[in-house]
Every structure is written in structure tokens, then in C-alpha cells.
Design a protein around this ligand. Structure first.
Ligand code: ZN
Length: 615
């Protein structure tokens, strides 16, 4: 960003209005009192913090015009994300019409049922004024749409009406775009954690038990506040917090912000009013909320040096996303266990699934967690048919690095909890970025011995993590088996009724009636036979192919058998002779060792927070 020229009193005025909900159009404006005499430039971010993909928000700016005291002012684009107004006297106002129909939490959305926006997708930043104070007026939609809507945001209030329409402010542009705004007829709930009010605002049709959600989230949030604060009296680093939840038929996602998070979840993931235990969907939703809340510290305040400050004009490269996303992924489910929301067996099931996901990614032998972080912009966020062969997830692999680091530190008398607190004290509270070698150095200090070999091998390198050995040290046995079918994500032992898979094709299948190879694994039987991702399998040994027929090959045929496959690649028919190979043992489950000795059991207790039941 260019040097600032904002005097302390300079204020940039913004306004937003849900202008035409049926056409999904917001109108936004930005007013600068004293525009640059050379011609004021305005810029829109190309990405939103927390989501490492160049999104080109400017592509949804459908019309931009400007006016000053003397009338219309010429404004032209001089790059994909910048506009330049002709030199003029102030105040200069730029008005933009912005198309908003993105149901993810990363941009903006508007229809007759709800309005939602991230500032990065709708507010222009006047160049040179990114540090100036911002004022935002949020206007109600005109006409009959929006009856019953209320504004839900953590943006600081200047003066608003009962529905929340009116004036808000932010210290600078960075803060302006870090408080997403939901405007809808939301169902609400609230709870306290760390002495601070936490609100929940849920849009979309649903009949979930929000009081239950509030009770459970209170426990998880309190645990996290204490983790970072180091005491039951600790307070979180914000005065209030908001969970914005958009409920849809089928969806999942979240984005973290400094005092709020935007989540998308499936309707069935909300707890039912009569729900006693925790359904798999509800556990997933709690894990997602826990993940985004953990980011309030880890990435929103403890930041990689490359994000201090954010450069939203281009990719911000860091090799540390494995820590900012991966350690957050490690703690999201662990916080559910350690706070007592789920039991140890449920937690070990989730951990077994994470291990399974990584074991099914041969790309981990090619790409390190550090490289995956660096190339997030062009690889993890832009997945294709070859991704499992070439890429490792810095979320899942980062979570396993977190597990291995935690158990390593615990063996040295410290823990990852202590490392997170040290990161918070050394980097988060002072607001300085974590240097690229910062975590390795801190970990070595806490361990009282040099851990750089761990980071060289498992973070910068692709060496397998010694998970079985580390878990044995806390009385947990890591078991492996072949996958029981396409929907087997691991985490549990094979059901006795399942016939044991003997062989595999070396590919994943999509589509039930017209099965298609989704991913073809390097060096596997399908690839060796010349089949490729995207091939539509029409017959196997002369019989019409379905997904279930292909799945049954694993148990009905044996290693070394050759099958004849007919497939279409685009519109050309091919035949291939596929020699089946032994099914890989890529499905993990974790068992508690009931016979572990007392010191081992005590270490398990210290890690998992309570002595798990055997079995
Ligand atoms: Zn995350």
C-alpha cells in the first residue's frame, strides 16, 4: 500500500443500501473530503483475509460513477481493481452498484430474504487513506422487502435505530472490512464467556434448539478464553462477539473475523429441540464454530509476519498456514473434548478420520506442509482431479503436526497449550507478526531442547510423522485397515458384518448410475491400465457398470486378477485391462490401551482432559 496522507481527523464516509434485492444489487458509496489533487484513486481488495485465493471482487462491480460539488466527475478504471477520478474539489463521492449473489461467507449476498456482506467485497479504499477513520451508514431497503430485518454486526455503533440501521464507525479500512454484516429476520440467542456477551444470529429457515447451541458454545468458548488467558478469570481480546450463522439445505463453511465469525451450515446440523446426545452433524457444527473462534487468537491476532499488514492487492506468501489453519484445526475438535462437550471416544473418532484423510493423500510425499501453505493460492484453493497426487492439506496435515508437536512437547514437560500462550504473549498481544522460524524457536525453548529437526523433517520436509509411536506414549494404539467402501471415512474399527476388502482399482468414483473416475492415483492399477480422471466407466467384464458394481470389485475379486473395463473419454470408447492390486491400509482408528501403566494413563489424562473409558 502507498504511504498514507491522512491527517488524524480525516474521515472516509461510506454508505451501503440493499438497492435491488431481486437483482441482487447493493449500492455502495465512498466519500473523500479532500481528494488527491492529481486525481483520487480507489482500490478494491483482490482477496479477503482468511481465504487464500485471489477472488477479484471487482468483477462484481457492475457500474461505478463519481460526483463532486460541481456535478459529475469522470472516473475510469486503470487496473482490474482500481479506479481513478479526474482531479476535482472535494468532497468527492464514488457510487458503485455491486452484484451480490455468493452464498459462501467470503463475499456478499442479497435477495428478498437476507442481505450479507464482507466489506472487502463492497467497499472501495481511497488510496493513501487506508489508515483514516471510517464512518459507515447502513440504509434499509426501500419498499416492502426487508420487513422484520435487523442488522447483526460487531462493527462499532455511532447511532442506530431499533433495527440497527444508521451509523457505524471503524478506526481504519482494515477494521471496516473485518466486521461482516448480516441483515435479515434472524433468530437469536446469547451467552456469556470470559465475562463478555456472545450473540448468535441465525438466518434461514430452521427449527434448531438455539438455547442448547448457546449453552454448548458457552462451554467451548470459555475453555478457549482460559487456554489463551491462562486463568479462569481471563477475558477474551474483544468486548463482544457474534456468531453469524446462515442455514441452508446443504452447506458448510466459515470465515473468521476479529470479533465475529460467519458460518454456513446445513439445516440438519443444528441441534433438534429433543436431541439428547450430540448428532454427527451437530458435532460438525460445534467443531466449525470452535475452529473459527480459535482464530480470534490464532491468525486474527497472532499473525504470520507476511500478514502484518495485509497486502490485499496481491498474494501474501507465508509458509506458516499449517500453523494458523492446522493448529486451529487440531484445537477445534480437541476443545470440544477438553471442555467436556464430547467424550474421548468421540474425539478419537474425529482424530482417526483426520489421520485417514491424510493417509489417503499421496500428495503428502510430494508436497510439505510448508510448501502447501506457500502455494495455497494456486493449489489448495484451486483443487482439481490431480490434487490428491500433488497436494497435502495444510489443515489436516497441519492438525497432525499439531498433534505430534503437542505429544512431543508433553514428553518434554511442556505442551502445545503452553506454545499457544507463548505465541499470544510474544506476538499476539504486541501485534507483531510471527517470523517464519518463530514457532520452531519457541517450541525449542519450551521443550528445553532443539526441535529444529522435527520442523525440518515434518514441516519443511515430507517425512511421515511418527504418530503411532507418539500416541503409544499416551496409551493410544493407532490401527490401520482397508477402506470398507466409498463413504468410509475411518475413525472406527471395521464393522464385523463387513467383508474385508482385498483389492482396489486405484481411483475414486463419482456418480451412482453413470460412474466416473474422480481421482486416479499415481502408480495405481487404473493409471497403469491407461484410465484417467473423468473417464466414464460403462462396463466391467461385459456387465453394465454402476458405482456399486465397481465398489463390490474390492471384495468380489482378488489381487492380481485382471478385469476388462470399457470407458468413455469424452466421446471416444476405450478398453482397458486393469490388474487389481491389494487394497491399501489407509483407514485409521484409534484404540485406548486399557492395560497401559499408570504413568502412561496419567499422560493420557493430561492430554485428553479426562480418563477415557476403555474400549
Ligand atoms: Zn480456519
Amino acid at each position: 500500500m502507498p504511504e498514507t496522507r491522512a491527517a488524524p481527523a480525516t474521515i472516509v464516509h461510506y454508505r451501503i443500501e440493499p438497492k435491488d434485492p431481486h437483482a441482487h444489487l447493493f449500492e455502495t458509496s465512498c466519500t473523500v473530503d479532500a481528494p488527491d489533487p492529481e486525481g483520487q484513486r480507489f482500490r478494491l481488495p483482490t482477496w479477503v483475509p482468511g481465504s487464500y485465493l485471489i477472488r477479484e471482487f471487482a468483477r462484481h462491480f457492475v457500474a461505478v460513477r463519481a460526483h463532486g460539488p460541481a456535478g459529475a466527475v469522470a472516473i475510469v478504471k486503470d487496473a482490474k481493481d482500481t479506479w481513478r477520478a479526474a482531479p476535482c474539489a472535494g468532497p468527492l463521492t464514488v457510487v458503485a452498484t455491486v452484484y451480490a449473489f455468493d452464498l459462501s461467507v467470503r463475499a456478499a449476498y442479497l435477495d428478498a430474504l437476507r442481505a450479507y456482506f464482507n466489506g472487502a467485497a463492497v467497499f472501495l479504499c481511497p488510496e493513501g487513506l487506508q489508515h483514516a477513520r471510517c464512518e459507515l451508514a447502513i440504509a434499509a431497503p426501500s419498499g416492502t422487502i426487508g420487513h422484520g430485518w435487523r442488522v447483526a454486526t460487531t462493527l462499532p455503533v455511532t447511532a442506530v435505530d431499533a433495527a440497527g440501521y444508521g451509523r457505524y464507525h471503524a478506526a481504519d479500512y482494515d477494521e471496516l472490512i473485518d466486521h461482516p454484516v448480516e441483515i435479515a429476520d434472524c433468530a437469536t440467542a446469547a451467552f456469556a464467556a470470559g465475562g463478555v456477551v456472545h450473540d448468535i444470529a441465525v438466518s434461514g429457515r430452521q427449527r434448531g434448539d438455539l438455547a442448547r447451541l448457546a449453552r454448548d458454545l458457552a462451554v467451548v468458548c470459555q475453555w478457549q478464553v482460559e487456554l489463551f488467558g491462562g486463568s479462569p478469570a481471563a477475558r477474551p481480546p474483544f468486548d463482544r462477539y457474534l456468531f453469524q450463522i446462515a442455514v441452508v439445505g446443504d452447506g458448510y463453511g466459515g470465515l473468521e473475523h476479529r470479533a465475529s465469525t460467519s458460518l454456513v451450515c446445513s439445516r440438519d446440523d443444528l441441534p433438534r429441540p429433543d436431541e439428547k446426545g450430540i448428532s454427527e452433524g451437530y458435532r460438525k457444527l460445534l467443531g466449525l464454530a470452535s475452529h473459527e473462534y480459535f482464530h480470534s487468537w490464532n491468525v486474527k491476532r497472532i499473525k504470520p509476519a507476511a500478514f502484518v499488514p495485509y497486502d490485499l492487492t496481491r498474494e501474501a506468501y507465508t509458509r506458516q498456514l499449517w500453523a494458523f489453519e492446522g493448529l486451529t484445526s487440531y484445537y477445534d475438535d480437541l476443545a470440544l473434548r477438553r471442555s467436556g462437550i464430547i467424550d474421548a471416544r468421540s474425539y478419537l473418532e474425529l482424530l482417526g478420520r483426520t489421520i485417514t484423510a491424510v493417509l489417503r493423500t499421496p500428495g503428502r510425499h510430494r508436497q510439505s506442509a510448508a510448501e502447501s501453505s506457500f502455494d495455497a493460492w494456486i493449489k489448495y484453493y484451486r483443487q482439481d482431479e490431480n490434487t490428491p497426487n500433488a497436494v497435502v492439506s495444510y489443515y489436516a496435515q497441519g492438525a497432525l503436526i499439531g498433534l505430534a508437536l503437542d505429544l512431543t512437547l508433553r514428553a518434554c514437560g511442556s505442551s502445545l497449550d503452553a506454545l499457544m500462550r507463548a505465541l499470544w504473549q510474544d506476538y499476539g498481544q504486541p501485534g507483531t507478526g510471527v517470523p517464519e522460524d518463530g514457532i520452531a524457536r519457541l517450541a525449542s525453548n519450551l521443550a528445553g531442547r532443539d526441535l529444529s529437526a522435527f520442523f525440518d523433517r515434518h514441516v519443511a520436509g515430507t517425512e511421515e510423522l511418527p504418530l503411532a509411536e507418539l500416541l503409544r506414549g499416551v496409551g493410544i494404539e493407532l490401527r490401520l485397515r482397508a477402506a470398507g467402501g466409498g463413504d468410509d471415512r475411518g475413525g472406527t474399527a471395521a464393522k464385523e458384518s463387513d467383508a474385508l476388502p482385498r483389492c482396489w482399482l486405484g481411483a475414486t468414483i463419482a456418480g451412482a448410475q453413470e460412474p466416473r473416475l474422480k481421482h486416479v492415483f499415481n502408480g495405481g492399477p487404473a493409471e497403469r491400465a491407461g484410465l484417467a480422471a473423468g473417464d466414464v466407466i460403462v462396463a466391467v467384464d461385459g456387465l453394465r457398470a454402476t458405482a456399486s458394481l465397481l465398489e463390490r470389485l474390492a471384495t468380489s475379486r482378488g489381487t492380481g486378477e485382471t478385469i476388462s473395463v470399457h470407458a468413455f473419454r469424452r466421446d471416444e470408447l476405450l478398453t482397458a485391462a486393469v490388474v487389481l492390486e491389494p487394497a491399501p491400509l489407509d483407514t485409521c482408528w484409534l484404540e485406548i490401551d486399557a492395560s497401559a501403566d499408570v504413568p502412561t494413563r496419567d499422560r493420557r489424562l493430561a492430554w485428553l482432559g479426562a480418563d477415557p473409558l476403555p474400549g
